[in-house]
Ligand binder design. Sequence first.
Ligand code: SF4
Length: 413
Amino acid sequence: MTRSTVMERLAILADAAKYDASCASSGTTRRNSRDGRGLGSTEGMGICHAYAPDGRCISLLKLLLTNHCIFDCHYCINRKSSNVQRARFTPQEVVDITLSFYRRNYIEGLFLSSGIVKSSNQTMEQLIEVARILREEHDFRGYIHLKTIPEADPELIAQAGLWADRVSINVELPTESGLARLAPDKNGPRIESAMGSVSTAIEDAKDAQKRFRKAPRFAPAGQSTQMIVGADAASDAQIVGKASTLYDKFALRRVYYSAFSPIPEASAVLPLKRPPLMREHRLYQSDWLMRFYGFAPGEVQQATDADGMLPLDIDPKLAWALKFRERFPVDLNRAPREDLLRVPGLGAKAVSALLAARRHRTIRLEDLARLTVSVKKLRPFVVAADWRPTLLTDRADLRARLAPPATQMELFA
Ligand code: SF4
């Protein structure tokens, strides 16, 4: 059997890595210039963008070490029962590719994941070996994000954190029943236990660094996880609840939500249709409400409908405000920051600017217009020096007035 070239394997393993959402740019339309017309592509794989701890946007080589896998997660194109073309790199090959891309200035770091070959420990050892060679033998100072395998021994996961900037362990599905049905080889408590060990190691390393300047760093960019949305019957309320628990228990930097997309030769237990991408977007918005806007998970869940689903036509902050109209209108000249953050359409930056401005002058509606995209959305929820909504906030048709107009669905989409 002829061994495929590095380029052929790179094409397979970079393509296989695109299903990981941790640094994805989903939601856009598919375009490419393979027919010789135009320039660029939204479908390419191999290099993705992520944000470094200092806020810079960096390019990462996004790759699997191998797409062979002994597990059979139904939602995964690389599962053992899938009929995809398989490929595999050695750790040294991944190191060589990373360094050559780095030297050509294509990338600033590496995002490395893998299917599980032979055993979780053996695979984890190979992932660690890539990071070790890069750091120890080549003094590589670029960004490294390692996906870790929760079934591997905790000592191996701990080693990963010594070389990588960020480690992540995918929680995969929001409910135990979903995990048991769709990823029968995975184990929820084991995944959470691995996340707990990483979280403790991160805290211990931070603590040690305060006391000893040369104490080793451990995953200084923290840990993250990913949840697949729409592959099982979990509602948005359940997903929000799960995400909030994970943030609290493991001090995660990010929970990524990945709308399940039907894969070629999909397992029969999966839904035939992908969930609307807007659902993923609404979940990210609800995530921001909890992380930056002071919403408790229970409050975000209050924005859902009777089935526990966030509305798709309006954002969760507006949905919550429409349900709790007694909390409005909020006085822009007197309300505390936490109340201003509840106003639909008012972002965290706009609130800071508003608080700074009102130290010097009285806020009028025109001041708000300079800070936000749409004053129309805000008017029913605020009081300004020259504006009071009177009965507007209580109108029965307020939702219809604020929701974007319905659009005709595309017949052939
Ligand atoms: S462990 Fe599951 S999700 Fe990961 S590569 Fe294997 S089949 Fe895919």
